[in-house]
Each structure stands twice: as structure tokens, then as C-alpha cells.
Design a protein around this ligand. Sequence first.
Ligand code: ZN
Ligand code: ZN
Ligand code: ZN
Length: 396
Amino acid sequence: MSETTGTNAVMPNRSKPMQAPDARPKPRQFTAEDYAGRISRALEQAAGEGLAGLVIAPGPDLQYFSGYVPTAITERPTLLVLTPARPAAMLVPVLERPDAEEAPGATNIELVTFSDGQDPYAIASKLFDPRGAYAVSDSCWSMHILGLQRAMPDSRYRSLTEASPMLRAVKGPDELARLVAAAASADACLPKIRQVRFAGRKESEVSHDLADLLMANGHSQVDFTIVASGPNGANPHHLASERVIQQGDMVVLDYGGLMEGYGSDTTRTVHVGEPTDEERQVHETVLRAQQAAFEAVRPGVPCEEIDRAGRKVIAEAGYGEYFIHRIGHGIGMTTHEPPYMVEGEKRPIVPGMAFSIEPGIYLPGRFGVRIEDIVVATETGGQRLNNTPHEMQLVS
Ligand code: ZN
Ligand code: ZN
Ligand code: ZN
């Protein structure tokens, strides 16, 4: 199946040459209306879960609902309280009020301040139903949740990811445009990293090259640049070590970060010099698994079916026990978030969801292979945002 399957064209025209980073147009900034829309959708979901509201802490959730990124996350609580009972309100330390007022979503949000020496949780309690159940951002510090419980002993809290796992999972067009750009930026690193010397250099050196390339291609933050050579490739989360890469090594390159606030994450497995027949066969199996999983992407299909489709190919080739992780994870303002493509995840794929498809085979003590693309669900199927060749590339 071609890489342009699906009618929802989220890809830029690929016949155009890659623009230099400084010539790349800035994406449209999110507006107060965008944030208000997200808040009302979240409140609908929360009501469906029987919740009185949401408690949003600094991190990706707060950025998603308000555009606000406090300069530091500290013991002074910043908490956005969303409830259908009253307009959105955010508890902020009085000294950070000027920063909070500048946030693009702040026009919709009442700011409630506290000063040092006051009990911020007692002040925050005015924004709550003291007997209500609230979903709390995963990134909220426990001291703040405990403070709220102390101020309102009958209030209850659940993890936001557990209560509303798909809250940020379906991306809007402006979010998809950012993911497309981040993926293109990551893709642009691959031809360049293939030109660097592998044999005789440390994994950490190639990892550093990869990080430099991500930044040079427009990323604002590097989250990981995995260079897992030879036996290290059999450890899926091996980062990079002082191991010197050898002629004949398989090398897993898995890298990503943030660009304009949205993540990239892609993996290709290269080989130093000519591979053996077995190495070719393992790589070919992972490639076919990745394709089978990709072709299973369709709206309405349970997420677990994507995992099953890829796993079946690997099991039939006799490597089932060596594929030791789920096949994919969602991506957005973070590089690991719902929806998870994992056995047991029955929730359906919805157009606009963005997630990785990354099967692997890990042969302990020997080598590993993983191939990973970010895929967006369209109305009819899936669309890859990563478009570098899947075939095993040779390096020197
Ligand atoms: Zn080899
Ligand atoms: Zn990855
Ligand atoms: Zn990934």
C-alpha cells in the first residue's frame, strides 16, 4: 500500500524541496478560541465520567488548555480548575500573575492569586465543589493534591490519564501541521547521519551527531537519540554508550524531540557494511510487520488490532518471543501519551489520532531491529508522517 493512503491530506506536497529551517513558515498560533474549545470538550468528557471537573497542573495539559508555561514548576502551586459549575479559573502565585496574564488562553481564565504566607489550598478550595471528584494532571505534584485534600477532606482525585485517556489524543488541523513538520525535520536527519562514520566511533558520538542534526533541522528540544549497536540493539531503551561501533554491527537509530511544541519520534535500523542473510531476514520481518500494522489502521478499529496485525507477522516468522513491547504510543505535546497501541486497548481509532507504529525484534546478546513511523489516522486509513525508506540502509 502506498504511503499516501487516505484522503485526509495532512502531508505537505513532497515534490517541493525541503525548506531551510529559517525559511520554514511559522505555524498559526493557537488562539483563545482554540483553548476555549478544548476546555469545553474536556468538560463534556469529564461529565461523561461522572467527574465534577479537572485540575490541570503545569506541563503538557496546562499548555494544551491555556498555552501557559510557567517559568519554573515549584512548591508554589499553579492549578487550573475546570468545572461546568463556574468559568475556568487558575490559582497562581501573585508574583507570577504577570506571566500568567500573558498566556494566549488567559483571556478565558479568571486568575486567583495567593501570596507567600497564605494557604494556597484554602484559597483554591473556593473554586471546587468540596465533595466533588476531580481528574488531576499526571504531572501535578503530590504535595498539591495532598494540600487540596487537606483543605477539602471530602474531595476525591483520579489520574487524568485514567479518567479521560483520549483527552488530547485526537489532534486538530493545527496540531497535525506541527506533527507533520516535526516528522519532516526528523526525516531530514537520516540522509545526513548515514554519511557520518559509524565503525570505530562510540555510540555516544553518533548520538551527539544525531542530536546536533535535530537542532539544525529546526527542533527546539532533543528528547532522545538512541544509537544501539550490535548487542545493545537487543535492549529497546538502550540510549547510547561508550561502546565502539564495529564493522558488521546492526545499529538501531531511534530519535526525536519537540518542534513548535509537538513531538517527533522515528526509528531506522542501519547496518555497518554488508549484513548476513539472517540480519536481512530479521530486518525484512520487522519491515513487513510495520507495513501490516500500518495497513490495519482505520477509524473504528480497536487500538489493540494494530498491535495484533504487526505481532502476527513477527510470530509467524518465528520471532514472536523477541518482540517484547507494545507496537505503538500516541504522540503530541509529549512523545509518549495515549492512545497506546497495545493488547487490551479496546478503544477505537478516531481520525486525527497520531501514534507510532514501531515493531521490533530483539535477539539478546546479538542485535536488534526496530522500524518506527508516526502515523495519523484519517477518515479512510492511516497516513505516515515519516517517509524515509524502510529498507535496511548500509553505513560505513
Ligand atoms: Zn551484521
Ligand atoms: Zn522511538
Ligand atoms: Zn516511539
